[in-house]
Design a protein around this ligand. Sequence first.
Ligand code: FAD
Length: 293
Amino acid sequence: MKPAAFEYAAPKSVAEALALKTRYGEDAKYLAGGQSLIPAMNFRVMQPTALIDLNGLSELAFINGDGDELRIGALTRYSAVEHSPLVAERLPLAVEVVKHIAHPQIRNRGTLGGSLAHADPAAEMPVLLTTLSGRVRAESARGSRWIAAADFMLGPFTTILEPDEMLVEIALPTLPPGVGAAFQEVSRRHGDYALLGAAATLSLGTDGTIAAARLVFLNAGDTPKVAGLATTQLIGQTPSAELFATAAQAVDGDIEPMGTLHASPDYQHHLARVLARRVLARAAERAQAQPVA
Ligand SMILES: Cc1cc2nc3c(=O)[nH]c(=O)nc-3n(C[C@H](O)[C@H](O)[C@H](O)COP(=O)(O)OP(=O)(O)OC[C@H]3O[C@@H](n4cnc5c(N)ncnc54)[C@H](O)[C@@H]3O)c2cc1C
């Protein structure tokens, strides 16, 4: 199908884009990589009255190291993150996660800001943001505000962004020595949306016991699901396969998978237990390989 008719504008600056959004109103949409918006328009699931094309806004495409964070512009393509030496050095988890998103053609166009604003519970970027407890910056003609990951996604395809706000920047905390991280997912074919995925960070104290742990699932509920029950029991323990196997049994209480065309909720629960065990074990290995000085 073809999309319904719409107006098109290509602003030259963020200020101009924000002014256009105010002028066109709630039914106008920002166009970033178009990898979700354009298919939705072609199916007429979405019928924006106007598209405000962000692709000319080079000021929104950047990756900077800033203290203990990476600052990434909303228009940064997945492929820029995937191939960035800075990200590989400062936050290898981000490279590991992004490689799981779709195919290279989609990663060449799709943007971090577009993925987060789209808020698909099966997407990888919201899980990365949640795992790291990152934040995003939104701008509107009214001003600018930072939003914590925990407050950003409200439900499937719904964020806390106001209609006049644009996502402009993403801040991802880097991981200090003694913290290991890992991401894995299961999909039917490489590049497909995941049936379920899991990310973990695990922090070891100087005595080698677990000081902190975080485990977050994708496609296990209406937003990224943080597995608090499973990780609480890890604190103060020495990492071991048995410990992670026991903790993984507790994830059933942390998630609410809704099932997909190819996976029943029961199967997704099974995947969550298996992936929890694997990512926690890998994160622990990586933490042990980089001990606290
Ligand atoms: C075949 C295929 C496979 C895919 N597989 C995966 C996958 O495995 N994992 C995955 O995560 N995704 C997958 N995707 C989706 C892809 O990641 C999209 O790129 C992403 O969801 C949207 O980013 P975008 O830059 O393309 O945004 P767009 O499609 O341009 O926009 C998406 C939405 O975000 C809004 N938006 C965009 N930028 C901003 C901004 N700066 N501020 C406010 N709102 C904004 C738009 O108005 C729109 O509502 C797949 C897509 C395709 C076509």
